[in-house]
Ligand binder design. Structure first.
Ligand SMILES: Cc1cc2nc3c(=O)[nH]c(=O)nc-3n(C[C@H](O)[C@H](O)[C@H](O)COP(=O)(O)OP(=O)(O)OC[C@H]3O[C@@H](n4cnc5c(N)ncnc54)[C@H](O)[C@@H]3O)c2cc1C
Length: 452
């Protein structure tokens, strides 16, 4: 048994990814004493440790994302705006600047390159904002610099913040319909945090589930919310991708696969799936490329594999990368990093309001109201893997604060991809800037409750 230390705070935030960063920022800048804990060694979550260090085009409330983008752009090679180039065939100029010519079987990727656009132009994806023929502009940053950018932004408020990095959630205590404490642990100690307000930003909503809140996993059937695209209920979730990074090298040649990843399980995938995989590539400011293979494995496969998922996922990355190098001319790069599993979807709160496909597709043609709205978004309904689809939206939509509120407790909030969304709605809501906004809005709401 590790010794237990006790802390008292006004707010406790579990998870320091996009949602957690937004929440911590809005709490501490309003003078609320806050403890944040994360199993990772620093701020960032999926944006840093999952290698998802780019923000897809998307409408967003003003807020922390702009401050972080500014902060990153001040750093050498920190961030830039990219656009999918019409000819994404980087290495064979025989294609001309013509997207229609692009042969995905010959060059199985789409590529985003810097094109001198402004950050403001990344703030919209739906057709009513971007226009029918407008291109997708995204913000690509170097994830290795994001923790520093976050620390810079939080520095003026540090007296209100305690960070517990490298600590995993282990327990929570509930009394009289309120959450009372959360315990987090590392190898040498446990810390029990008593707080007035708790925010679960853990992605997989480990705190809300441990506290006994209602949650969902997988696809809801049509009977649940009568969503237009709903099929039969199942345990399918959006697919998992292992994002990886490659760096230019002097000498052409195919990288070796570390022996632990030369496993027999991979052969079936190589023969059936590998050559059908298409990759989303983005150029980093320093010239490296980010590769997001779509996808590495089905979501339900990832969860069924349990501890073996990482070995198999990374073995697929190595096999796929060798194929791109050997057969598609990418041997002028070397693989420099494979990130942690990129999980698009897992457990979701069933909170005071469940956002559905119907809400997302109805949008707000008359404009966004911003009253008691936790975030706005306009990303496509984008499901990868089995049952996949990518349905663009015409108008932006609002995410009500009630999607972040647990029905069971007045002092527990969820501000991450596991907030109260249906499976289909979550295929649009999950973007990093949207999660950051949810976090900021929950933080503001807590300030209001605390000060009233
Ligand atoms: C492959 C892929 C590509 C994507 N592409 C884009 C894109 O291009 N643009 C975009 O905007 N979005 C994209 N997304 C979506 C986006 O990256 C994520 O949905 C978003 O960043 C999630 O933020 P979050 O705060 O909800 O969760 P996370 O970032 O996952 O943060 C959760 C945090 O909680 C911590 N945690 C979890 N469990 C525990 C525990 N038991 N104890 C302690 N800490 C814990 C984790 O360590 C983590 O730091 C993509 C996602 C994936 C997977």
């Amino acid at each position: 048994m590790t010794p237990t230390k006790e802390l008292k705070s006004t707010a406790f935030v579990l998870g320091a990814g996009a949602g957690g960063i937004g929440c911590v920022y809005s709490l501490v800048r309003n003078g609320i004493n806050t403890v944040v804990a994360d199993i990772n060694p620093d701020f960032g979550g999926t944006m840093v440790f999952g290698g998802v260090d780019g923000w897809e085009p998307g409408v967003s409330l003003d807020g922390l994302h702009k401050i972080l983008a500014d902060e990153l752009c001040k750093m050498p090679n920190g961030g830039h705006v990219t656009e999918v180039v019409p000819n994404c065939n980087l290495f064979s100029p025989d294609n001309g600047w013509n997207w229609d010519n692009h042969s995905f079987s010959k060059y199985p990727w789409g590529l985003c390159m810097p094109t001198g656009r402004t950050y403001e132009e990344t703030l919209g994806r739906c057709t009513s904002i971007r226009g029918e023929n407008g291109t997708m502009k995204r913000f690509q940053f170097d994830g290795r610099l994001m923790p520093k950018a976050v620390h810079n932004v939080l520095a003026p408020y540090e007296k209100h913040l305690t960070t517990l990095f490298g600590y995993a959630f282990s327990d929570c205590e509930v009394k009289d319909g309120r959450l009372v404490s959360v315990t987090v642990s590392n190898k040498s100690e446990s810390v029990k945090i008593y707080a007035d307000y708790f925010v679960d930003c853990s992605g997989d909503i480990v705190l809300a589930r441990a506290a006994g809140c209602e949650y969902a996993f997988g696809c809801e059937g049509k009977e649940a919310y009568n969503e237009p695209c709903a099929r039969d209920a199942s345990d399918n979730v959006n697919a998992v991708s292992y994002v990886f990074r490659v760096t230019p090298k002097e000498q052409r040649g195919v990288d070796e696969i570390p022996c632990e990843y030369e496993i027999s399980d991979i052969e079936k995938w190589k023969s059936e799936r590998m050559k059908k995989t298409v990759t989303f590539m983005c150029k980093y400011p320093n010239g490296d490329l980010s590769l997001n293979m779509l996808p590495t494995m089905e979501g339900k496969e990832y969860f069924a594999l349990g501890e073996r998922a990482d070995l198999i996922g990374k073995a697929r990355v190595y096999a796929y990368w060798q194929y791109l190098q050997a057969e598609k001319g990418l041997d002028i790069y070397r693989l420099s990093e494979i990130y942690s599993a990129g999980i698009r979807e897992s457990y979701r709160l069933v909170g005071r309001y469940v956002l559905t496909e119907t809400d997302v597709r109805a949008g707000k043609p008359q404009g966004i109201q911003n009253a008691r709205v936790a975030a706005i978004a306009d990303h496509a309904l984008d499901v990868h893997g089995e049952g996949g689809m990518c349905r663009e939206l015409e108008f932006p939509y609002e995410i009500p604060l009630e999607c972040c509120m647990a029905k069971e407790y007045g002092n527990l909030f969820v501000a991450c991809r596991g907030a109260s969304f249906s499976h289909i709605a979550s295929a649009s809501t999950r973007l990093s800037r949207t999660m950051m906004s949810l976090g900021e809005s929950v933080g503001k709401h807590i300030c209001g409750m605390h000060n009233s």
